[in-house]
Design a protein around this ligand. Sequence first.
Ligand SMILES: [Zn+2]
Ligand SMILES: [Zn+2]
Ligand SMILES: [Zn+2]
Length: 463
Amino acid sequence: MIPTATLPPRMVEEIVSRAERPDFDRWAEQVTRCGHCSHPVRLRGRVEHRSATGGRITYSTDAEPDRVLMIRCGNRRAAVCPSCSYEYAGDMWQLLYAGGAGGRKGVPDTIRSHPLVFATLTAPSFGPVHTTRADRSGPARCRPTRGTPRLCQHGRPTWCTAIHNEDDPRLGQPICPDCYDYPAHIAFNWHAPELWRRFTIALRRALAQQSGLTAAEFTRRCRVSFVKVAEFQRRGVVHFHALIRLDGPGEDYQPPQLSIDSTELAETIRQVAAHVRLTVAIPEGPDLVLRFGEQLDTQTVNGGPAGELTPEHAARYIAKYATKSAEDFGLGERRITPEALPLLHVPHHVDQLVRVAWQLGDHTAYQGLRRWVHMIGFRGHFASKSRRYSTTLGAIRGERRAYRQRQPAEQVRELLDENTDTTLVVSHWEFAGVGYLTPGDTALALSAAARARERRQAARDAA
Ligand SMILES: [Zn+2]
Ligand SMILES: [Zn+2]
Ligand SMILES: [Zn+2]
């Protein structure tokens, strides 16, 4: 139970009065059923079964605690709702795994024979930052001096001999903030979706060329399917993780009519990613040529000589990033202005990024950027896929919803002992609010969530 001694008296009253109500068990059941969501949506309404002989209300929230039904908020982000984001990651995993291993969700298991590569496309350097490194003997110094130690033009060291811990607040911060190219950093985040689009176009072109095909011939034989997630690195720049697969042209996941294997696909991805460029304007400066960073990584999945990465692993990796966002930078989840910065107590680096993004947003080439400064200028989707990569998240959610709804519907039927001549089900719902009714309810729900997590963990440990 909750240690009530540490709670404000008002909240204790709310908890006690909730627990004393005769419908407490039903309330607790609702909390469990919406997965201990942090901000459930409260709905009011009824379900009516209509048949030729008349209509009958088979469910109404009038009989529920507070006359509402709570359903999940469905937020993807772990910082907003741990429960819903856990569920989202699970759905995402299902989608990714189906696209890699097949044999489920309408994807045939022959998909395992298609060339499939897990690729990480990073951002280039905008100036040295504090980082964790490792060499053969273990954790290594951040930026050791090479040759004669040299100060930058601002009189600061260009080296750092520290071995940073994972929780060191200096990680991701520039060695010299004045040397750091803030406008280029923001320009990269802002234009990253376009750079990715160029990459996919160039990849198709390169694969066609490699097979000695024209673009039209290539399209008749092969489709490049992918799913990608954007991840924020500590320095506040996005990079992409993607699963890229070659399919046949139809809708039914046929193999591509090309003789390219996973290893060759990986090599082509590396070459294309290294060469793709995007020239963008920088106010009061020369144009900037954007590109991906040198640290390109590709791994074949499902085969190829070095195919150690399984579809399970690749799916887990990408699903994990799909629930993250820019929240680690302390900027919150809503639009902000530079005036709000002093209240947020963010590190100097993040403060600078926001200010520079705001300034850039004043120029026509960056119109709309000011709405995305809390995302450090990234306006793309955190997770996206091409149309035929796998099933959709919507389809997975629909399946689960149908599964969940079976339970209450069956209960209702038993209660009414009805014969099933029902022809039409009509639902009327209205929105009653978001979140739990009182802080006391929230505390109860969160403590129940913590107990559920402990039980899950214990079950996992025992397995
Ligand atoms: Zn939720
Ligand atoms: Zn350092
Ligand atoms: Zn400097």
